[in-house]
Design a protein around this ligand. Sequence first.
Ligand code: FES
Length: 150
Amino acid sequence: MLYSAKVMEHFANPHNVGELKDANGVGEVGNQKCGDIMKMYIKVENDVITDVSFMTFGCGAAIATSSMATDLIKGKPLSEALKLTNKAVVEALDGLPAVKIHCSVLAEQAIKAAIADYYKRQGIDPTPFVGKLEECEACGHDAESCSCGH
Ligand code: FES
């Protein structure tokens, strides 16, 4: 079996899907190679992510990783959510095939992009917290030749 039971479960019945109307941080990332797009919405109160949702136009692994990633950061402080790596998401899903690891990278970066957006809306420079965003690494192009629009 290519995909674990957990991946199939989250793909068939993803959690936290849709647009979060009262979100105060929104991040969108894409992967130019496969054309998939992931949008992440967070609602932050007192530095805690009280609600989160996502919309993913992409493959099954991207949907499963978005679903798992939102579960993992819901109710967590921003500082903890920022530590969530794509590796941890993959582990929580009992693994992904090697060719699908890039899909989990999208989930990690969508969370970081949403948190960066939240800081910007507060008038705070997100760089010290979020670091340099690596969207262009996601699309597989270096910054100069990147045309993924991020
Ligand atoms: Fe593009 Fe999965 S194939 S995110």
